[in-house]
Design a protein around this ligand. Structure first.
Ligand code: URA
Length: 234
């Protein structure tokens, strides 16, 4: 009998651990947690968020969601839904909504998903993404401390540049994501992200390395990691 109860105990522990890691992954990837009845005291990792926002380790999920941008982000994702607002929806495998800490101080904005991102539904997971991950680590942070997204949520065919009508359809969701997060700093990755956010036509070489402003939030344009992979000297 004690053996049996020990087995049940271990099984329950396994279940709790796997549920916990599932939830943590969903949080990290900015996915919906609507399958939870949020009365528990689970402790997902909202590290390096705004001061005072994350609170102690044992705040309930419910309170955390009220305190930070998670709930707001969930609403944005719900509103985006299975988006068909432009023709990129026809060719995509997955929408790449964005992922990370919805209460982050720092948001990285790229251009658009590439093949790897389209396949996985996650931003910056290909070669350029691996470099971005290393850059974030060199800052003493991890991907789950920051928020990562793109101007466009769907992959343009052959990774061509985004078209004005595609930006027009997608930009409202980026604006809402940024409003939900309320970061201190946005890092615009590459010419396209910088020009789109700042509504400027200057090349990245002219924009990079100094702060600009986007709706009152500091924007630091920098080279796109894909450019850095091609130009190590930069
Ligand atoms: N390049 C981007 O701009 N965004 C991605 O998500 C991947 C590559």
């Amino acid at each position: 009998m004690p053996e049996e109860s020990e087995e049940i105990r271990r099984e329950l522990l396994d279940m709790v651990q796997s549920l916990r890691s599932h939830i943590e992954q969903d949080i990290e990837r900015g996915r919906s947690l609507s399958y939870l009845h949020l009365e528990g005291s689970l402790t997902p990792h909202f590290s390096a968020g705004k001061p005072g926002a994350a609170g102690g380790e044992h705040l309930s999920v419910n309170r955390r969601l009220q305190q930070n941008g998670f709930h707001a982000m969930e609403k944005v994702q719900h509103e985006l839904g299975d988006c068909q607002r432009c023709s990129l929806s026809q060719g995509r495998t997955n929408i790449v909504f964005g992922e990370g800490n919805p209460d982050a101080n720092l948001v990285f904005v790229g251009e658009a998903p590439g093949a790897d991102e389209d396949a996985q539904g996650r931003p910056f997971v290909g070669r350029a993404g691996q470099l971005l991950t290393r850059i974030i680590a060199a800052m003493g942070l991890s991907r789950k401390d920051v928020y990562i997204c793109n101007i466009l949520k769907c992959r343009p065919p052959g990774n061509r540049n985004p078209k004005p009508d595609e930006i027009h359809a997608c930009e409202p969701f980026l604006i809402k994501q940024i409003r939900a997060i309320q970061p201190e700093v946005i890092c615009a990755l590459g010419t396209f992200a910088a020009q789109t956010l700042l509504k400027k036509e200057a090349p990245i070489t002219a924009l990079r390395g100094r702060f600009h402003s986007y709706q009152g939030i500091k924007v630091m344009p920098t080279y796109h990691p894909a450019y850095l992979l091609r130009n190590a000297g930069a």
